[in-house]
Design a protein around this ligand. Structure first.
Ligand code: ATP
Length: 519
């Protein structure tokens, strides 16, 4: 589809506008990402010991922390802290009529084509975006791989056969419904067919009246939900970018279509407002401005229910692709569910003394794609004293581990005991780990590689030497991941220092209050 980019480059701050090659995001290719994710416990292939399952992935010990943190800050920023938002947690299995009313049974399809020769299957609308294999007649049939959309440089031919094998013809496109089918109850008959939800959104429409009545809400207000969705994608892939089971964070923001805000129809005002707020949210948690852009859907690309849709795209290692979509769905969904259920799904406008069907603006984000983008943008390779340092510069709120407590000498019981006690104390509030399985330099590098913002080191000075009658100073060293600077802090003040730092205080504020350790 032709893309109309509407990103306002004027809004870039000077720092990210200046970012050129080698800037955040450029260093991380998919192979690096997949291997780091496996090695350090972020993401594993599902059922790997049985050879893996197609396009489903498991989040490991660090991946689950990162993912939970993304969902937690999203919920806090968009639900908890706003007076006009509430949340729900609906079931994955819904009444099959939901999908009839929503249009998913009829329209939630992708065109599919197959190669008659190698049997490879493609999404028809993705074929031209693939590099293609060509046996060139002008060079005695030599095999070339030609970039997507380009003709052969020797014979000038354009792709007409299967891009994968370069030999077979492609079938005519057939529509393929992406919903996973299953059966409710013990009997596998047509009447028992139901579906795994392909999006979380419909539960917000179906529960519109329950939420409105139970919470006594006034327009405009939003209902949010984060949860699993399932799509039987024809060509999944690119790691966790496109999977068959994934998580979404969706908001349905209902507005009165008769209202005007700042002289504009309320739905249009709120649509633009949500686009701005969502971009700001991704930037706040670490995505570089140069890696974000907005893409307006063309009229012929719009979903059947949408008045206007804008995607926030991210420069993933696979190229610019959708990170989230923000659609103005008008009153389509509520009207459809009212029609098919026979229940009224309206709002009583006290001022105008009339019932209205609200319009809805839908900011819909994918948790897995957000996680992928945050990892890509956080990845840096730096040179420190002649050695390569790999560091994930996660925003502290997203970092899977907040603090690592490291004993300088693991043979000294008193040092180890103190380190364990510090970990246990800090762990009441944050995810904090203890590690003594390598020398300190190595331990720092390991924590850098998974993005832990702070390390605490317990050393001889902390505990003293009881055999010599020396008492320790009861202070430890905190090391900052990004600057690698260190400060010496009393153990008793650690929780306060970390509360400030992890709540967003700059490292310079802490380093102005506490001295550097003695060399
Ligand atoms: P695409 O065009 O990439 O298939 P979509 O426009 O169908 O995505 P939406 O229905 O708007 O996606 O879903 C909202 C968000 O859910 C997407 O922006 C994306 O972040 C996420 N998402 C959708 N499908 C998948 C998938 N198969 N795997 C991972 N995330 C997904």
């Amino acid at each position: 589809m032709p893309a109309r980019l509407i990103y306002d480059h004027e809004t870039r701050d000077a720092k990210s506008a200046a970012a050129g090659p080698g800037s955040p995001g450029d260093l991380m290719n998919m192979d690096t990402l997949v291997s780091l994710s496996k090695r350090r416990g972020f993401v594993f292939q599902s059922s790997e010991i049985y050879g893996g399952t197609g396009s489903v992935w498991d989040y490991g010990p660090l991946g689950v922390e990162l993912k939970n943190n993304i969902k937690r800050v999203w919920w806090r920023d968009f639900v908890q802290s706003r007076a006009d938002m509430v949340g729900i947690d609906a079931s994955i299995l819904m009444h099959p009529m939901v999908w009839k009313a929503s249009g998913h049974l009829e329209h939630f399809t992708d065109p599919m084509v197959d190669c008659r020769e190698c049997k490879h299957r493609f999404r028809a609308d993705h074929v031209d975006a693939l590099p293609w294999t060509h046996y060139c007649p002008a060079t005695k049939g030599n095999k070339f791989t030609i970039p997507a959309g380009e003709p052969c440089g020797h014979c000038g031919q354009r792709r007409s056969l299967c891009p994968q094998c370069g030999k077979g013809e492609l079938t005519e496109p057939r529509q393929f419904n992406l919903m996973f089918k299953t059966f409710m109850g013990p009997v596998e008959e047509d009447a028992a067919v139901t579906y795994l939800r392909p999006e979380t959104a419909q539960a917000m429409f179906v529960n519109f009246d329950n939420v409105l009545q139970s919470m006594r809400l006034k327009l405009p207000f939003g209902i949010a939900q984060a949860g699993r969705s399932f799509r039987n994608e024809i060509t999944p892939g690119n790691f966790i970018f496109r999977t068959r089971e994934f998580e979404q964070m969706e908001i349905e923001f209902f507005v009165n279509p008769n209202d005007r805000v700042d002289g504009r129809p309320a739905d249009e005002y709120w649509h633009d407002r949500w686009i701005k707020d969502c971009v700001a949210w991704f930037r706040r948690y670490g995505l570089t401005d140069a890696n974000l852009r907005l893409r307006e859907h063309e009229k012929d690309e719009l979903a059947h229910y949408a008045k206007r849709t804008v995607d926030i795209e991210y420069k993933f290692p696979i190229g610019w692709s959708e990170l989230m979509g923000i659609a103005n769905r008008t009153d389509f969904d509520l009207k459809q569910h009212a029609k098919w259920s026979g229940k009224s799904l309206t709002y009583f406008d006290e001022e105008r003394k009339e019932h209205v069907v609200p319009y809805v603006v839908e900011p819909a984000a994918g948790v897995d794609r957000a996680l992928l983008a945050f990892m890509v943008d956080a990845y840096r390779e730096e040179e420190v004293r002649g050695e390569k340092r790999v560091v994930l510069k996660f925003h502290p709120e997203l970092a899977p581990l907040k603090v690592a407590v490291l004993p300088l000498l693991k043979k000294r019981d008193d040092i180890v005991r103190t380190a364990h006690a510090i970990r246990a104390d800090l762990a009441k509030r944050w995810r904090v780990v203890y590690d003594d399985t390598a020398a300190i330099g190595r331990l720092y590098r390991r924590q850098d590689e998974v993005g832990t913002p702070y390390c605490v080191t317990v050393d001889v000075q902390t505990v003293g030497d009881s055999e010599r009658g020396e008492t320790g100073d009861q202070k430890v060293t905190i090391r900052d991941r990004d600057s690698m600077e260190q400060i010496r802090v009393p153990i008793a003040e650690l929780a306060t220092v970390f509360r400030d730092l992890l709540d967003g205080a700059a490292w310079s504020e802490a380093s102005a209050r506490y001295p550097a350790p003695r060399a």
